[in-house]
Design a protein around this ligand. Structure first.
Ligand SMILES: [Mg+2]
Length: 362
């Protein structure tokens, strides 16, 4: 039986090596909260809030995550005794999936350490080798974009994902495809379009893309279904998918052919596994999107990507693609387009936390 003793919240700012721009915003540093959860038997598990400092992706921010943990989630978790992480009951609290994941991920890490197995095996993963792709943000010039793609391919990344926006999409695809005609490639619009752009979006079919990620608004299952009927390129939903019910809606309406599962967006491993299994049973391949995670969130996302229906290369790549110095040792590395997860217990990496603002809750 696991009984929780205390949680330490570490807050730190990490500057990105390169600014990351999408159709909504440009990120230059990440405001990170790491949770360090202790049980009464002396085991420790780590979790990460991957929320951004502003609510452009979902409604949560690092500040709302800290507030939810301090005032709502920790009191709820502290009162529970569990044998297995799937027994953790957080449903009394509505949504707040990133805050829940910051604790739920730590519970799974702690459980894997208690049971002396790597986290990926504890969740039912079937491989320690994860194929990875590179996500490339909007660049100020086309030349810079071409250069970034070249670098990523030289580093072995297996597919390229380009962020696009309405004013700068077909012309970029034209240039990129001329240079890289056969590279596995996809685009992510972060909801930059509406159904009025349907004729425009149809033109993307000629570029042989693996998928168009989240072209329309996050709550627009009906319009995504109308669009998917008209375009050959598979639509992938990302921002639309927060719950298993969202996936069931998307499958019933045929709003997409592919789903991006992000651990933090769906409230942790237990929900992510259910969504994975449902997609597998309905012939919807999934893949693991990235949130510019620091090491803990990165290791946990990669553990999730070892489940068998994760079909396309994952977004979270090498630590040094994003950070001057990551908070884990060793850092995550990509070799020949794959990340190999360690066989150590739990997330498999040691923490390297230096200057953080700490707050202890008991
Ligand atoms: Mg996305």
């Amino acid at each position: 039986m696991i009984t929780f003793e205390k949680i330490v919240m570490h807050r730190l700012k990490m500057p990105l090596k390169y600014p990351f721009a999408n159709s909504s915003t440009t990120i230059t540093e990440k405001d990170i909260l790491i949770t360090e959860l202790h049980d009464k038997d002396g085991f420790t598990g780590y979790g990460e809030s991957v929320a951004f400092d502003a609510p452009w992706y979902t409604e949560e921010t690092t500040d709302t995550v800290q507030h939810m943990i301090e005032n709502h989630l920790w009191p709820l978790v502290k009162a529970q005794q569990i044998n297995h992480p799937s027994e953790l009951a957080l449903n009394k609290i509505s949504r707040n999936h990133m805050a829940k994941t910051a604790i739920e991920g730590a519970v799974w890490d702690l459980y894997a350490k208690r049971t002396q197995q790597p986290l990926y095996k504890a969740i039912g993963g079937t491989t320690s080798q994860i194929p990875v792709g590179a996500a490339i943000g909007l660049q100020s010039t086309d030349e810079q974009l071409i250069e970034k793609i070249k670098q990523a391919l030289d580093q072995g990344y297996q597919r390229i994902k380009l962020k696009i926006k309405r004013e700068n999409d077909l012309n970029i695809l034209e240039k990129v495809r001329a240079q890289f005609p056969t590279t596995p490639m996809m685009v992510d619009a972060n909801s930059a379009y509406t159904l009025q752009d349907i004729e425009h979006l149809k033109k993307m079919d000629q570029y042989n893309l693996m998928m168009i990620e989240q072209p329309l608004a996050s709550d627009d299952f009906i319009d995504h279904a109308k669009l998917q009927q008209q375009v050959e390129t598979p639509i992938c939903l990302d921002e639309s998918i927060h719950t298993l019910a969202d996936v069931r809606t998307a499958v019933a309406l045929k709003s997409c052919k592919i789903i991006s599962i992000k651990l933090a967006k769906v409230g942790g491993f237990t929900n992510a596994i259910k969504i994975h299994d449902y997609c597998q049973n309905h012939d919807i391949p999934v893949w693991c999107g990235g949130m510019l995670e620091a090491g803990v969130g990165r290791a946990q996302s990669l553990a999730l990507a070892t489940l068998p229906n994760f079909t396309f290369p994952a977004d979270p790549g090498a630590s040094n693609r994003y950070w001057y110095e990551d908070i884990i040792m060793p850092e995550v590395e990509v070799n020949n387009g794959y990340i190999t997860l360690p066989e150590k217990t739990g997330i498999g990496y040691d923490l390297n936390l230096k200057k953080t603002n700490q707050k202890v809750l008991t």
